[in-house]
Write a protein of this length. Sequence first.
Length: 86
Amino acid sequence: MPFGVSAYTMPVQGYCIEKRSELAYAMVNFPSLVHDTIIFLATSLAFVSNSYRGLTLKNSLRVLIFGQFLPAFSRSVLRDGQLYYL
């Protein structure tokens, strides 16, 4: 990454050490956060649309939060995604 990274030489050993700024850490972590959020929301909405019950607000929240009205495999994938995201 060319931005936010600098290097300096250690005086005794002569090795170069890479020093990253806070901007570099933000630039590396932000895209993965956005990607994970989009994937989690897309799979959650797919589970809501494939649930056993009708699409009311109350049933949709039950599916999103607790995984109710879902087949066992879909429920386990949803819970695994929730744990990963947290």
